[in-house]
Write a protein that binds this ligand. Structure first.
Ligand code: C2E
Ligand code: MG
Ligand code: MG
Length: 700
């Protein structure tokens, strides 16, 4: 049964109880009324009997027959009362019937008395009357007693009725109270028990027990709640199973994701080729090393390393060899460093190292020396035996900077200094290097201005044939006549111009000035021979190179056949197809092509054959030690032999001593250029040099 129905039943019972009590009270009231009425009748009967007795007493004393008549009336009235008096129970009825009979006797006796006195007074009448009065008095006396008993009976009956009514109401009240009490106790106990079951079930569920069930058979609201709870736990169990599967799947995916994340982190943090940490990871590690040393008040060192001439290996032997070189070099560096040292590859052939902590600068020098030494043994990659060197720049925290960028920049500057010193060495950073870097920035701006204002000038260095010592050509070399600093050499501004995209403009200005000058000399009867002009590799990629050269030749009137463009060896190899296309176009114009600084790159014979070149220039580094260094001599000899086999002219540059010339002559070198014959000179000095050469020829 529903709780609401139970409550309704209770309310109904209470209402019913109230109605019953009200009805009982009404009934009792009605009964009371009846009793009062009965008592009233009884009193009236008593009053009549008393009146009758009083009349008899009066008659006894007066012997007046009229009294008898009024007694008769009273008697008749009493008779009516007795006939109409309600009888409630047998006892009362018996009393009433007895009273009625006695009254009838009284009536009879009165009638006798009246008859007796109707004949007038006499002693017999008086005697009979006396007798009758005595009888009457006895009957009335008996009636009085009966009426008293009737009254007593009615009063006790009324009391009895009241008691019974009270008992009935009390009983009713008691019974209903008991019923309500029982019902409420039963209901509350049932509620308590089932709510306890609900509570237990919910607790078990909240503890994660999805098998929790509430066992109740009631069909009320709590039963419904229990049923819903059971349905819910059933569903939850079903969901929990799938949730467990889901969790397992999530765990699996999380593991996969974590390993992928690690792999990605490895990829993001490491260089794929060498597996060393990359630039981002390096910067991050350096930042934390700086923080740590700042707090501890200790020092750390940053190494910036760049392999010497690695570019040439890459360009000449191909990227796959270059890659293997980088892998081997990385391995050697890694093995040489302590496990606490951090090495990274920034990109290309650039490596960085963090030495943390650094006990003193000497230990940084010691480590740098070891890194240089670890490259001493040649690298054997495929059939090649490669000699690798590196330049190292060192900056120290906190002296040389206290942030990542400054320390890296200063180590980089120190590395450039090591490169300038010929490589295969290390340099500590110092303030002057920053000064140099600052100078480079201001120099760039000044160079732009110089190009605008045509402040560049050309120096000329003669080239001679070894056959007859005749002047066969002249190399145009750029000079920057700085208004304050005087002459600035090309090593200082050519790389800057290349780096900053000024080289095409610069190269074309030099070419135009040189062609112009040579045309003037020719006009003045001085034949400079072939004009050799240096061409930067970057110019080879310039889209208007051919057009601009043609225009210059047209403007200056210098014949293309008398122009020789010198391009550094490694540049030929860098982008062979583009290079070949451009060189062929220039060759078609009649321009000669020479490979400058030959021997420093790694040109292959088959490749050289394809190039439309006419001359090889032996690099100054080989000529320099030609006399003392057998290796350099062997290389020079090989270049000369190579040139001959390919039908190319060979010129040696940097000839300063007669001994060098002698060797070159004996090896069959075609031409020479060097301080021995003439330093690069301004245009106005060149005619003297050219006429001196003529004189020289004439004496020969
Ligand atoms: P390079 O083309 O190999 O020029 C030869 C360099 O060797 C010149 O240096 C020259 O002064 C120097 N030299 C010649 N004979 C001797 C010698 O006997 N002993 C010594 N110690 N040096 C000798 P320079 O003029 O300083 O030029 C350096 C480099 O700058 C040139 O090397 C060339 O690569 C580049 N360069 C010069 N002018 C230009 C230019 O107009 N355009 C381009 N792209 N590069 C240029
Ligand atoms: Mg040159
Ligand atoms: Mg050269």
């Amino acid at each position: 049964m529903k709780i609401a129905t139970k409550l309704n039943a209770l309310t109904l019972c209470t209402t019913f109880l109230s109605v019953a009590i009200a009805a009982s009270l009404l009934w009792q009231d009605h009964q009371q009324q009846q009793h009062f009425k009965r008592l009233d009748d009884v009193f009236r009967i008593q009053v009549s009997i008393d009146s009758l007795r009083a009349q008899l007493l009066t008659f006894r004393s007066t012997q007046d027959p009229a009294v008898l008549k009024s007694s008769h009336e009273i008697d008749a009235e009493l008779k009516t009362l007795l006939e109409n008096a309600p009888h409630i129970n047998n006892q009362q009825q018996i009393y009433l019937q007895s009273l009625a009979k006695q009254n009838d006797s009284v009536c009879y006796l009165l009638d006798q008395m009246i008859d007796l006195h109707s004949g007038g007074p006499s002693p017999q009448v008086d005697q009979a009357s006396q007798h009758l009065v005595n009888l009457l008095t006895g009957v009335v006396q008996s009636m009085t007693e009966d009426s008293i008993r009737l009254e007593q009976h009615a009063v006790s009956d009324s009391k009895q009725l009241r008691r019974e009514t009270h008992l009935m109401i009390g009983g009713l009240l008691f019974a209903f109270t008991l019923l309500l009490w029982g019902m409420s106790i039963n209901t509350s106990r049932s509620f308590r028990n089932r709510i306890a079951l609900l509570d237990k079930g919910i607790r078990q569920l909240s503890d994660g027990d999805t098998n929790s069930r509430i066992h109740t058979h009631s069909r009320d609201e709590i039963g419904e709640v229990a049923q819903h709870f059971n349905d819910m736990t059933d569903q939850l169990r079903a969901t929990t199973v799938s949730r467990d599967q889901l969790q397992a799947e999530v765990d699996k995916r999380t593991r996969e994701l974590n390993s992928q994340k690690q792999a990605l982190k490895q990829l993001a943090d490491h260089d794929q080729l060498t597996d060393l940490p990359n630039r981002a990871y390096f910067r991050q590690s350096l930042a934390s090393a700086i923080g740590k040393n700042k707090r501890a008040g200790t020092s750390a060192a940053v190494f910036f390393m760049d392999l010497d001439k690695f570019k040439q290996i890459n360009d000449s032997l191909g990227h796959h060899i270059g890659d293997e070189v980088l892998q081997e070099v990385s391995r050697r560096f890694r093995n040489r460093l302590r496990s606490s040292d951090f090495i990274a590859r920034l990109g290309g052939d650039e490596f960085t190292v963090i030495i943390d902590p650094l006990p003193n600068p000497q230990s940084a020098a010691q480590i740098a020396r070891q890194l240089l030494l670890c490259l001493k043994a040649p690298l054997n990659i495929e059939e090649h035996e490669l000699h690798l060197r590196t330049s190292i720049g060192i900056s120290i925290f906190p002296e040389d900077g206290d942030d990542v960028s400054t320390l890296m920049r200063n180590a980089d500057l120190a590395m450039y200094k090591a490169k300038e010193d010929g490589g295969n060495t290390f340099h500590f950073y110092n303030q002057a290097m920053t000064h140099d870097a600052v100078r480079k920035i201001s120099l760039e701006e000044e160079l732009r201005q110089a190009l605008k204002q045509h402040q560049l000038s050309v120096y000329y260095q003669p080239q001679y044939s070894l056959d007859n010592k005749r002047l066969v050509g002249v190399e145009a070399l750029a000079r920057w006549i700085h208004p304050e600093e005087g002459i600035i050499h090309p090593q200082e501004f050519i790389p800057l111009a290349e780096e900053r995209g000024l080289i095409q403009n610069l190269g074309m200005q030099i070419l135009e000035m040189a062609c112009q000058q040579c045309s003037l000399w020719m006009r003045d009867g001085i034949d400079p021979g072939v004009l050799a002009v240096n061409l930067s590799a970057r110019q080879l990629n310039h889209p208007h190179l051919r057009t601009q050269i043609t225009e210059i030749l047209d403007r200056t009137g210098w014949p293309a056949t008398r122009l020789e463009l010198e391009v550094t060896e490694s540049f030929f190899i860098k982008d062979p197809n583009t290079c070949l296309g451009v060189l062929n176009e220039l060759r078609e114009l009649g321009i000669k092509l020479a490979i400058d600084d030959f021997g420093t790159g790694y040109s292959s014979l088959s490749y050289l054959k394809k190039l439309p070149i006419s001359k090889l220039k032996i690099d100054r580094s080989f000529t320099r030690d030609l006399i003392d260094d057998a290796e350099d001599r062997a290389i020079s000899m090989a270049i000369i032999a190579l040139g001959k086999s390919l039908g190319l002219q060979v010129i040696a540059e940097g000839v300063e001593k007669q001994g060098q010339e002698d060797i070159l002559v004996s090896e069959g070198c075609d031409q020479v250029q060097g301080f021995l014959y003439g330093k690069p000179m301004p245009a106005e000095q060149f005619p003297n040099c050219a006429s001196a050469s003529l004189l020289l020829n004439e004496t020969l």
